[in-house]
Design a protein around this ligand. Structure first.
Ligand code: CS2
Length: 442
């Protein structure tokens, strides 16, 4: 029988990087909500790197919905492998930063942990859907902050690591709305205002869903089975607003006073182009983002979405190498080793598109421009939604009902435009109708 990765046998083969610290020295200083693959391949790796110097920042991770990740990681004492794939990939690395992995209902859930005075930071990767008013993450966070206030456990920071605009302020806003609905919410909100920081940050690393083939590669490298392995590209970036209320790990990240320029560049260049390739690629029959990038028409559209539509709307940080950034995005997308599926990136479009694409459309339209490539991306989403049901989206049923029987381009566009918060006007609608017509007749 093959042994399972655990702290009892960390004699890993040469060529696999193991934690450089003693797991027994690590105490929990961070509560993380949403221990999906992205957290494990991004924030947990940065944290793992600092634990040798400061073991007080171990992570207590909570799953959002299912118990799958808990069942993968708890038997492994939270240990798992990060397998880099693609040009310049480092050897597999076993991460020990996750010292606990629990479901929402175990041991008092995240609230009890957030009230622990040794915990000084809550991080979140709950995806775009996690910030919807009816999503449970914010309520769980608020319950934890209330327990912490009552326990007089001191200030704390809350760091959203999701691809939102102004993720720190957005989360603070959701927390305030939630408090407003509580009986003693004013008192809690006063405490939060005085004691809780909500820095913004920009996270960047492509992390495709782990496949059976990836697990087999990890097993061959470790000589042990790892049910919690994650796959990532070699590239990783984290830009963080340095306004923490109770200290922070000395992560190897970029700390700055204003993340907004980095955030707009990442969302409008990388994520927008990713979505364009996901929808146009899926419609053209490509399984992966890299396969879509082999199509010269789609690769050209991806480049022009960045250079013609998004770039003119950006105010970049000083010294930012825009051409280099755009080239590196296209190179990352084109790397066939990752196997990032178009359908994975295509999920949750109703929530992603306003954040990634509609700001660019609005800015270009109000500057008198014609955001062709942005319109192509949104039109491709519309055709995807109409032809690929059921789509993976919290609004799937609404989208299905809205588009039923809408075979004509103008009807399809009119059925889906109300899904988005803002009306961008008649010329935007016309652009969408043109692109939708072309895509439907292809
Ligand atoms: C992707 C992102 O799935 C998606 O919507 O665009 O997850 C993307 O891979 C990351 O933001 C890269 O940092």
């Amino acid at each position: 029988m093959v042994t399972r990765l655990s702290r009892h046998d960390l004699s890993l083969p040469a060529g696999v990087r193991a934690p450089s610290y003693d797991l027994r020295d690590v105490t929990v200083g961070i509560v993380h909500l949403g221990v999906g693959a992205f957290h494990r391949a991004h924030q947990a790796v940065y944290t793992d790197t600092v634990l040798a110097a400061d073991p007080t920042w171990g992570i207590s991770g909570f799953t959002q919905r299912s118990a799958t990740v808990r069942d993968q990681l708890a038997p492994q004492d939270g240990l798992y492998t990060v397998l880099e794939r693609g040009a310049g990939a480092a050897p597999p690395r076993v991460i020990g930063a996750l010292r606990e992995v629990r479901t929402q209902d175990e041991d008092g859930g995240p609230a009890a942990r957030i009230a622990d005075p040794r915990v000084r930071l809550v991080t979140l990767t709950v995806t775009e859907k996690g910030y919807r008013p009816d999503a449970p993450a914010v309520g769980r966070l608020v319950a934890g902050l209330e327990l912490r206030r009552r326990a007089d456990a001191g200030p704390i920071s809350v760091l959203s690591c999701d691809n939102l605009t102004a993720n720190g302020a957005t989360l603070r806003g959701r927390v305030a709305e939630h408090c407003a609905g509580l009986p003693d919410g004013d008192r809690l909100l006063d405490w939060i205002t005085a004691s809780v920081a909500f820095p913004s940050c920009v996270v960047d690393r492509i992390v495709p869903a782990t496949t059976a083939a990836d697990r087999a590669v990890v097993m061959a490298a470790l000589g042990m089975c790892d049910e919690g392995a994650v796959v990532a590209e070699p590239f990783s970036q984290w830009v963080i607003e340095d306004t923490f209320a109770a200290g922070r790990p000395a992560w190897d990240a970029t700390f700055t006073t204003d993340v907004a320029p980095y955030e707009a560049a990442k969302l409008r260049l990388l994520n927008a182009t990713h979505s364009l390739l996901a929808y146009t690629g899926a419609l053209a029959g490509y399984d992966t983002i890299a396969a879509a990038m082999t199509d010269p028409v789609l690769a050209d559209a991806a480049r022009r979405l960045m250079t013609e539509d998004a770039a003119p709307t950006l105010t970049l940080p000083d010294g930012f190498d825009l051409p280099g950034y755009q080239d590196s995005i296209l190179r990352r997308f084109a790397d066939p080793a990752l196997g990032h599926r178009t359908t994975q990136v295509a999920s949750d479009g109703s929530l992603k598109l306003p954040i990634r694409l509609l700001g660019t459309a609005r800015d270009r339209l109000s500057a008198g421009g014609t955001p062709q490539w942005t319109a192509l991306a949104v039109a491709a989403w519309m055709v995807y939604v109409a032809t690929r049901q059921p789509v993976d989206d919290p609004l799937a049923e609404t989208l299905a009902a809205a588009t039923a029987g809408r075979a004509k381009p103008a009807d399809l566009v009119d059925s889906l435009l109300p899904v988005f918060p803002d009306d961008l006007g008649p010329s935007w609608r016309e652009l969408l109708v043109e692109h939708t017509a072309r895509l439907l007749h292809n």
